[in-house]
Structure formats: C-alpha cells, structure tokens
Design a protein around this ligand. Structure first.
Ligand SMILES: C[S@@+](CC[C@H](N)C(=O)[O-])C[C@H]1O[C@@H](n2cnc3c(N)ncnc32)[C@H](O)[C@@H]1O
Length: 177
C-alpha cells in the first residue's frame, strides 16, 4: 500500500523533475521546441499536489486532453490531430499520459516523427496495489503503466497492461516511416 501511494509516486515525481530538466536543456542545445505531453498543473491523484508541487513546466507546446488554458487540448489517440506538428521539430517530454493510449505503437510512432528521436518519459506508477487495483480509482480509461524512457540510451519503449500479467516492448524509431 505504502509503495503504491507514497514511494512509487515520489520516485516518479523526482524522476519527472530530472528528465524534464534534461529535456529542456536538450531542446535549448538543439534549437528545438519543447513539447510536454501531460498538463503540469493537473493530473495527479491528489489534484492539490499538482498545483502546489508541479513536477515539470509547460513546454512551447503542452498536449493534454483536459489541459489548462495554456495547453493544446488534444487526444493523443487522434492520429489526425498529430498532423498539426511538423516532423522532427520537438524534444518530447511525456508525463503519465501514454498509459491512456489505445494503440501504443501508433502514438509512439507520432512521437518518433515529431521528436526526430528526442524523447524522454518518466513512466508510470509501479506500486503493486496500483497496477492491480488502484489505477481503476484514477480513471477507467487508463490501460498501461509505462517504464521510464530516455532516447539518449534506450532503444525500446516498454510497459505493462494494468490489471493483467505480461508486458510489451516496442522499438522506438525516430520516424514513423
Ligand atoms: C497523470 S496525469 C499526467 C500529468 C501530471 N501532471 C503528472 O503528474 O504526470 C494524466 C493526464 O492525462 C490526460 N489524458 C488522459 N487521457 C488522455 C488522452 N487520451 N489524450 C491526452 N491526454 C489525456 C489527463 O487529462 C491528465 O491530465
């Protein structure tokens, strides 16, 4: 229980902060825009925590289905909506949204395309109770808990399907074609 509601979220919080700093610096060094997937002002299990202690900042573009007024409100599963973003123009920092993917490979393909390969993600909560039961109390649309990913060293994007046994592993490509 403590791992699910305290240790795993705290680890994820500091991992998000660290990877966000790296993504911001990478964007600056490469002269690219920063895309954050996941509204920094919301989305935590305890809403007030997100407002008081945000784990990252908005990017030049921030994508979230229910985001604040500074966000681009977009469903990551809408492949047509992704077309507004140019190939290779962003460093992408993802924070707890890809678990809502309907087709992870398709969403990852769009991230590969718009990022040109520069993609960081802090992954999801891995507390045992969370991945077995508690995720249902957060959202009925949450399907996966992803592993952290850092394109500077990782080749494969992976995660688990919540409430089920087994895991998936996908090669991350810089372009979808
Ligand atoms: C765990 S929060 C992520 C951001 C949060 N600040 C964090 O701590 O990581 C999950 C977010 O995913 C967004 N979301 C859920 N389904 C989505 C979808 N299909 N497309 C885009 N965003 C979605 C929710 O609005 C929510 O803000």
């Amino acid at each position: 229980m403590i791992r699910s509601v305290l240790i795993s979220p705290i680890r994820r919080y500091f991992r998000t902060k660290r990877l966000f700093r790296a993504a911001k610096e990478m964007a600056r060094a490469k002269g690219k825009s920063l895309m954050v997937i996941g509204d920094p002002c919301s989305g935590n299990y305890f809403q007030f925590m997100s407002s008081m202690f945000p784990n990252c900042e908005h990017g030049e573009v921030t994508v979230d289905l229910n985001g604040c007024e500074d966000c681009t409100r977009m469903d990551i599963n809408d492949m047509v909506a992704w077309e507004r973003f140019e190939d290779g123009s962003f460093v992408v920092m993802e924070t707890g949204v890809l678990g809502f993917s309907k087709d992870v490979e398709a969403v990852l393909g769009q991230i590969g395309r718009v990022s040109g390969g520069d993609f960081l993600s802090a992954g999801g909560n891995r507390g045992l109770l969370w991945v077995k039961y508690l995720y249902k109390t957060y959202s009925k649309d949450l399907v996966y808990s992803m592993d952290p990913f850092d394109s500077r060293k990782d080749e494969y994007y992976s995660g688990i399907k919540l409430g089920q046994k087994g895991s998936f592993r996908l090669k991350f490509y810089a372009q979808s074609d």
